[in-house]
Design a protein. Structure first.
Ligand code: SF4
Length: 375
């Protein structure tokens, strides 16, 4: 499976926790940026490759003129062999997309919408710097359904400052009542360089402690399970058949080709990325730069470690047979020490049907377990 990711680095306003490659106040650059992205797509050396998923993410793709997004998708179709029935996602923020915009995107071929909601509590939304209310989210969700989106994902966050278990349950209840096909629920991480990091350093930000976070995670797993959502990855839940095919490519170390500022690619065993800044990216592309010229081939051992690290995020875990097929080596031999430790001694892993996976009760320490597989 191969996916295409296109990055749209524009936002109306930066959220207080966000360290993504996105910028506010420069949306007037979106037209020249769109042209650069299309030029990069058209000149890709991987042209005509079969593509299974296309994902336009950000930033906030829907905060720019939808014609740019539609032109980008059209150029992907012209330059690559996009499979029939491919999953084609666009990210969206409430308050930046009305029915007309969503309808135009749906008609152009986007068939999956990922909406950033984060919380159903307006006070929390304000505190974390979101530009929308929960009412805006509901309107956006309804508009998306009316526009014909039958595959909608909603992003949520827990561990937010001032968030209680009760507020979290209320968010989960209100979201599941709307019936999205997919829900991502991530715990807040305070990243360096963000306003939240500064506030925390000054002792002005108090967030739920580890125990409260773990309780919120357990709540989301139970709550969504009871309502027909399967946890297929540590932070991702879906109704049957609606797992994110694009993200599964990342988690199974499949191939992806990135376009746009800071976009990463992993294709034909080579890794490379575009310049991070918007102006740098536009200048780079318009002067004939090619991200793939800086490609590096990753050593096998690093790939094997990454394959384990990412695969253990999945509920199904990592298949010993697939590992052997891909690398020509036995997983048990390469990772003898961590497997012995986690499978037989502290028993945080289990083996079932030829797959090694994290036991559900140890998901909350998954990072510690996974990091033992970085040899
Ligand atoms: S909308 Fe998303 S990308 Fe933009 S600032 Fe907020 S979290 Fe970051």
């Amino acid at each position: 499976m191969t996916g295409i990711y296109t990055h749209i680095p524009f936002c109306i306003k930066k959220c207080a926790y966000c360290d993504f490659n996105s910028y506010s106040g420069i949306r007037d650059m979106s037209y020249s940026y769109g042209k650069a992205v299309i030029s990069e797509i058209k000149n890709s050396p991987y042209k005509n490759k079969k593509i299974d998923t296309v994902y336009i993410g950000g930033g906030t793709p829907t905060c720019i003129d939808e014609k740019i997004l539609i032109d980008i998708l059209a150029s992907v179709r012209e330059s690559f062999d996009v499979a029939e029935g491919a999953e084609i996602t666009v990210e969206c923020n409430p308050g930046t997309a009305n029915f007309k915009k969503l309808h135009a995107l749906r008609r152009a071929g986007f068939n999956r919408l990922s909406i950033g909601c984060q919380s159903a509590d307006d006070k929390l939304l304000k505190k974390i710097g979101r530009i929308h209310t929960f009412e805006d989210f509901k309107n956006c969700f309804r508009d998306a359904r009316r526009a014909g989106f039958e595959n909608i994902s909603v992003d949520l966050m827990f561990g937010l400052p001032g968030q209680t278990a009760e507020i979290w349950r209320d968010t989960l209840r209100k979201i599941t009542e709307l019936g999205p096909e997919h829900i991502s629920a991530y715990s807040l991480k305070i990243e360096e360089g963000t306003p939240f990091f500064e506030m925390k350093s000054r002792g002005e930000l108090s967030v739920p402690d580890d125990d409260a976070n773990r309780e919120m995670y357990d709540t989301v797993v139970e709550f969504l399970k009871d309502r027909g959502y399967c946890r297929y990855e540590i932070s991702n839940f879906s109704k049957a058949g609606f797992e994110s095919r694009h993200n599964l490519i990342y988690w199974t170390l499949g191939e992806y080709i990135g376009f746009g500022a800071g976009a990463h690619s992993f294709v034909c065993g080579r890794r490379f990325s575009d310049p991070l800044g918007v102006s740098d990216y536009i200048d780079f592309i318009s002067s004939g730069g090619r991200a793939e010229d800086g490609a590096e081939t990753e050593p096998d051992i690093d790939m094997m470690c990454e394959y384990m690290f990412l695969g253990l995020r999945l509920d199904r875990g990592v298949s010993e047979r697939e590992f052997k097929k891909r690398f020509g080596k036995d997983m048990g031999e390469v990772f003898k020490k961590p497997i012995e430790k986690h499978l037989n001694v502290i028993r945080t892993l289990e083996s079932s049907g030829g797959n090694i996976k994290i036991r559900p009760e140890y998901t909350y320490v998954s990072n510690l377990i996974m990091s033992d597989f970085i040899l």
